[in-house]
Design a protein around this ligand. Structure first.
Ligand SMILES: Nc1ncnc2c1ncn2[C@@H]1O[C@H](COP(=O)(O)OP(=O)(O)O)[C@@H](O)[C@H]1O
Ligand SMILES: [Mg+2]
Length: 292
């Protein structure tokens, strides 16, 4: 990991057409260093997916900018946009909806290889697909099967192989384990981590609760109603939350010890105007909070 930011997001905003000017993402700024996992958390509907999709340019950026490796990718088009999309991939939340049911696994994994012309010939394409399949823990006989023949965890492995196929530098992992059985969530997270190490990948890891994100991220940002309300080192945010929304979010995490869980106090969050006004201010080293 180096200190140079690979991804720099500045004042990013998105307004969906027909939403009366409501900002689904409202003036969001953060940086992700090369090789780092940056966690983005918050309840459903707060704007996480919208942010992630803008970062990989699957969704238009209404205002603000994204710099990738120092280059402004906010309004790239044509060949340059295609090249950016090769480098910036996404793994989707729903491993059922995100794989084309009519395609065999081989062709799903090869989607990016084909779009970006990354194979010399048929043989090279097959060899690349086979290597990817093995690296996500699937077997050669899986190549000719269809998505419906797989479990949720296996489908997410296919989605990961598809994302890795273009040899990206950056991957948005949009709640990649939320739809999976608790029993296999750790396996998929471990796969993402080992691939990250092996390929020096940079991740934006999106989740709705902080417990998993704390474990895999070096830094996190907490979103509420389209805004980042707190950001900082994962440990600091988790151990010493500053914003009332973050406190509520952490108090909602169940505790493993039954005795502690029985006496756990949940802090409700009642939004107050003054907690959501102004700009992020630094309270501790690299730890920022919103509010006046
Ligand atoms: N395609 C869309 N058209 C209009 N509004 C949308 C669309 N997708 C999401 N939204 C709205 O944008 C906000 C943020 O959504 P989203 O980014 O999906 O949140 P999250 O991923 O945190 O659950 C929500 O209010 C949601 O209803
Ligand atoms: Mg989402």
């Amino acid at each position: 990991m180096t200190d140079a930011p690979l991804v720099r997001v500045e004042h990013l905003t998105h307004v969906y057409p027909g939403s009366d000017g409501k900002k689904a993402v409202d003036d969001v700024s953060f940086e992700i260093k090369e090789g780092e996992t940056f966690g983005l958390v918050g309840e459903s509907g707060c704007g996480k997916t919208t942010t992630g999709r803008m970062l990989v340019r699957l969704l238009d950026i209404t205002s603000g900018s994204v710099l990738f490796d120092g280059k402004d990718i906010t309004s790239l088009r044509g060949k340059e946009l295609l090249d950016y999309r090769r480098q910036a991939q996404i793994i989707f939340q729903d491993p059922y909806a995100s794989l084309d049911p009519r395609k065999k696994v081989r062709d799903i994994i090869a989607e990016g290889i084909d779009i970006h012309h990354l194979a010399k010939d048929r043989e090279d394409r097959d060899a690349q697909v086979s290597r990817l399949l093995a690296s996500v823990g699937l077997r050669p006989e899986h190549l000719t099967r269809y998505p419906h023949e797989f479990s949720g965890g296996q489908r997410q492995r296919i989605g990961i192989a598809r994302a890795l196929a273009t040899r990206p530098r950056f991957i948005v992992c949009d709640e990649p384990i939320s739809a999976l059985d608790v029993s296999i969530q750790a396996q998929v997270v471990n796969l993402l981590r080992s691939e990250q190490k092996a390929r020096n990948l940079t991740y934006l890891f999106i989740a709705h609760d902080l417990s998993m994100v704390k474990y895999i991220s070096s830094r996190v940002a907490v979103m509420y109603r389209g805004k980042i309300v707190e950001t900082g080192p994962a440990d600091a945010v988790y151990e010493n939350p500053l914003h009332p929304y973050t406190k509520a979010l952490i108090s909602a995490i169940p505790l493993p010890d039954p005795e502690n869980e029985r006496t756990r106090k949940r802090i409700p969050y009642a939004p107050r105007e003054q907690d959501l006004r102004g700009t992020l201010r630094e309270v501790d080293d690299g730890h920022y909070v919103l509010g006046e």
